[in-house]
Design a binder for this molecule. Structure first.
Ligand code: FES
Length: 559
């Protein structure tokens, strides 16, 4: 065998020399080409698909994982899972867009928000500060001008840690392997550095003008930032290594900034309720509110907080990555080509595709929409089963019932058919897209986790749903949801629509407030310290509630 092999990467037109016998996804990664690898290369997610043409024109080997995720036609055309193939000879690799970790750079000059109110207790001898929200998926950094309180630059990248798995559980698992924690830390610091670099270059501001960097994020992200052990977060009672806020010089952590720039990172509540939730609670003034608020942040790990000025409690639910498209047969992130919204009218399917292009898959919001629509039409029953055609309600139009098809002995729903449905014809001819019974089961598991967190926190606090003044949906995913559909499938509580509000990226807002106020900093530390916490998995009511929440609501909604 050769010691190194040459790989031509298309459509990038790059020639790479890689060590022989390396797994392809790792070899590409070392050259800065990151593939979507939700399962950390274990062959479980089926998202790292590439087309391989071997130089000797032989067929690349086919593994069981390839057979599980690829059609016969794809296998015949040389498509394989990159994490399953070891580079043993020279080859040409074509990477489909949907297999790439996208660079989501959304650098903008002005975030268009209203300026922050500068607190009277605040002073700085330097004119700018950075506020970061470190998400498991995306990292967002905002540059704030202390004079005006305005955000003068923002940049966002996918978190470089994604190659080690999509959710916090896989990151924890990776952190406890040999050099795992160092690798997670290095990826995160590199992502932060790219953002700082972008924003400073774009705004022509030098690093010595930055007084401080404030960072918030979930507990796993903050632990990986500080290289704190996550061993005790891998098992009950999921104890973090630390909970208090940290003050340090940023450059000491490998952040490429001036040596005197300080860094403040948020306190956390527990292993799975982190600084981002605390930041949302600050941004919504939960600790000052007369009425009880319920904050829900839907993501791979769903966090829920309930409270008012008299006290607040938090919990979290491992929803898994279904809302990000993982473990869904045609699932993908909310990127170009993803079906993000679906509507079934009396005579057709209407799909909205991100980027207004031919659809290539479906993202979490689209999945919620289609489940809600199928429930409304009686195609999906309350147990989550796709009905047979002869079980459909009277009056179901023919064109709709014909979309129920058999796939491997189970019903599936034909969501998109290029021969029938309307779509933007400005790209490659799309393929049919199905929603399978298994996809809907994955959604059920994810929505039941979040719904159980809401149910148990209300029960613990002895609060009736009608006594909650508002349900506040936080996070990027929450922003794109159709709340009526999220409510229809039971993902969020059944409250009147006028009580449901989006609070956008409240974690970033909270971080910015802390950046310009010592008072807010004290508040945030008090919120974290005094927060009650329910460990869902250890709660005696958990099993019962989770089993209940697995059902879809019968459709009676509060108007
Ligand atoms: S299947 Fe290859 S990374 Fe998940």
């Amino acid at each position: 065998m050769h010691e190194t092999c040459s790989i031509s990467v298309l459509p990038d037109n790059r020639e790479l020399i890689v060590p022989a016998n390396a797994y392809l996804h790792e070899a590409l990664d070392r050259h800065g080409i990151s593939l979507t690898a939700y399962c950390d290369g274990m062959g479980l997610c089926g998202k790292c698909i590439v087309q391989i043409k071997l130089a000797d024109e032989s067929e690349p080997p086919i593994t069981e994982a390839d057979k599980k995720f690829l059609s016969e036609e794809e296998i015949e055309n040389g498509y394989r899972l990159a994490c399953q193939w070891r580079v043993v000879c020279n080859a040409e690799i074509t990477i489909p867009e949907k297999s790439r970790v996208n660079h989501l750079n959304i650098l903008i000059k002005d975030a268009g928000e209203s300026p922050l109110e500068l607190s009277s207790d605040f002073s700085s001898d330097r004119p700018y500060g950075f506020a970061f929200d470190i998400g498991t998926t995306t990292v967002v950094g905002s540059l704030v001008d202390y004079q005006t309180g305005k955000t003068v630059g923002v940049s966002s990248y996918l978190n470089g840690q994604q190659k080690y798995g999509a959710d916090v559980i896989s990151r924890i698992s990776h952190s406890i392997t040999g050099t795992g924690l160092d690798e997670l830390n290095s990826e995160l610091i590199q992502t932060i550095n790219k953002i700082i670099d972008d924003v400073l270059n774009e705004s022509s501001i030098s690093p010595d003008k930055i007084a401080e960097i404030v960072l918030t994020g979930n507990t796993v992200m903050l632990h990986s930032l500080h290289k704190e052990s996550m061993e005790n977060m891998a098992h009950l009672p999921f104890e973090p290594s630390y909970t208090k806020a940290k003050n340090i010089f940023a450059a000491k952590m490998g952040i490429k900034i001036d040596s005197k720039t300080k860094l403040y990172s948020f306190p956390v509540v527990s292993g799975f309720v982190g600084g981002d939730t605390v930041s949302c609670m600050l941004a919504t003034d939960m600790d000052k509110s007369e009425k009880k608020q319920l904050i829900i942040d839907i993501g791979t790990n769903g966090e829920v907080a309930l409270g008012n000025k008299n006290g607040w409690t938090t919990t979290s639910a491992p929803a898994g990555p279904a809302f990000e498209g993982a473990r869904i047969s045609a699932g993908m992130r909310g990127a170009n080509g993803a079906i993000e919204h679906v509507q079934i009218t009396d005579d057709k399917m209407i799909i909205d595709v991100i980027g207004q292009q031919p659809p290539v898959g479906i993202c979490g919001t689209g999945l919620i929409d289609i489940a809600a629509e199928l429930l409304n039409r009686g195609i999906l029953d309350v147990t989550g089963r796709i009905n047979d055609i002869d079980e459909l309600p009277d009056g179901t139009p023919d064109w709709l019932s014909k979309r129920i098809v058999d796939q491997n002995g189970e019903n599936a729903f034909l969501l998109f058919d290029p021969d029938i449905d309307e779509y933007f014809k400005n790209g490659a001819e799309p393929k049919k897209i199905y929603i399978t019974q298994r996809d809907l089961r994955e959604l059920q598991l994810a929505k039941a986790a979040v719904a159980t967190a809401c149910d148990l926190i209300l029960k613990h606090e002895n609060i009736k749903l009608e006594d909650v003044c508002c349900v506040l949906l936080a996070g990027a995913f929450g922003n794109y949801l159709r709340p009526a559909n999220a409510r229809r499938i039971g993902l969020i509580p059944n409250v009147p629509m006028d009580k449901i509000h989006f609070i956008g990226n409240a974690a970033s807002t909270g971080a910015k407030r802390v950046l310009v106020s010592q008072k807010e900093r004290k508040r945030v530390e008090r919120i974290a310290e005094e927060a009650g916490h329910i460990e869902l998995a250890a709660d005696p009511g958990f099993q019962m509630s989770y089993a209940d929440q697995m059902f879809y609501p019968d459709g009676a909604v509060v108007l």
